[in-house]
Design a protein. Structure first.
Length: 336
């Protein structure tokens, strides 16, 4: 019998913690059996901060807490690319930063953090085009910016993952595929997220088609889903009004179909990623079961447990292997 493909399970740690403290995040993840997490917001004693704002002292303290709970960072969940592409007033609150300054300061900072937390992956985005404009009109400028980001990551032996999301230039699978084609850099992969597509009002068939468009460029996958029979597609999505996120086994995206198809490319993708120092093909839980918005979401420890079990049901059904902590892991941590 051929060996089943295997993935690495992870999740955004802050989604599991009521107060976003490091101990809360890691205790919840360890209890669920996870050994990897993506770092976005955390409180290590100085209040809740985005990962980009952590001090050297806080980084050192967080690394110690990671060791205490046996946790490893899967990716830096940075907000890189969530700024305006152009300095125009469009009625949104998104900031604009001159790109050269942004590359020198924020992108360099994200690379430093990846090394500090011993991960090879940085998650980011494709910039906000002016509200009301056609994102296709901004592909050239966006690809130029992303190419420079990818090169900066490459020089640091890192990989930049471009996440699909509403209101950005890369808001559909086709646009993401075109950005990846134009950039054409080994340090740039895409991050598929079915929930970020279906919540824009697309049908399951349209969501699957967008997955297929991204499939050759996918580096890892975020797992969230959505169900709202009244959702209507609009040109601009009010992210604060997205209230109907559900586990992967209960949503409208069709995760079973998507992951069954994705299973076919996991072995080749795993080989490609491990050559870049990445532990495997990561499925990163970001379920937003108790709410989500522009810069994050929340599920609580109970919601993350429900989301993980829902994902595992789908993975079992489509015959994709995964590992959760077992007694051998506990024994190893005890030195047996």
């Amino acid at each position: 019998m051929p060996q089943r493909p295997q993935v690495v399970l992870s999740g955004f740690g802050d989604e599991a913690a009521n107060h976003k403290t490091a101990a809360e995040q890691f205790a919840a993840f360890a209890a669920m059996g996870l050994q990897y997490y993506s770092l976005r917001f955390v409180d290590v004693g100085g209040g809740v901060k985005n990962v980009m704002k952590l001090t050297k002292t806080e980084i050192t303290k967080l690394r110690h807490v990671e060791d205490e709970y046996g946790m490893n960072v899967a990716s830096i969940g940075s907000p890189i690319g969530k700024i305006k592409l152009r300095d125009v007033e469009d009625g949104t609150k998104n900031p604009y930063v001159p790109f050269d300054q942004y590359l020198d300061k924020e992108v360099s900072r994200a690379c430093e953090l990846a090394h500090a937390f011993e991960t090879k992956l940085i998650r980011g985005f494709s910039f906000y085009h002016p509200k009301g404009s056609d994102p296709r009109e901004h592909l050239a400028q966006t690809a130029d910016h992303l190419g420079q980001i990818a090169e900066a990551c490459h020089r640091s032996d890192l990989t930049f993952g471009l996440e699909i999301e509403a209101n950005l230039v890369g808001q559909t699978g086709e646009l993401m595929a075109e950005l990846h084609r134009r950039v054409n850099h080994p340090a740039l992969v895409t991050v598929f997220d079915a929930g970020n597509i279906i919540s824009q009002g697309y049908t399951p068939e349209e969501t699957f088609a967008q997955y297929l468009a991204m499939k050759p460029s996918i580096g890892w996958i975020h797992i969230k889903d959505y169900h709202d029979a009244q959702l209507v597609r609009t040109a601009h999505v009010d992210e604060d009004k997205l209230k109907h996120f559900v586990p992967a086994n209960l949503g409208d995206s069709g995760h079973e179909r998507i992951l069954r198809d994705f299973a076919e490319v996991i072995p080749q993708l795993e080989e490609k990623l491990t050559k870049r120092g990445i532990p495997g093909v990561i499925l990163d839980l970001e379920p937003h079961l108790k709410g989500g918005g522009q810069f994050g979401g929340f599920s609580g420890p109970d919601g993350m447990g429900v989301a993980l079990r829902g994902l595992c049901r789908v993975l079992d059904h489509v015959r994709i292997e995964y590992h959760l902590r077992d007694f051998d892991d506990v024994r190893a941590e005890r030195g047996f």
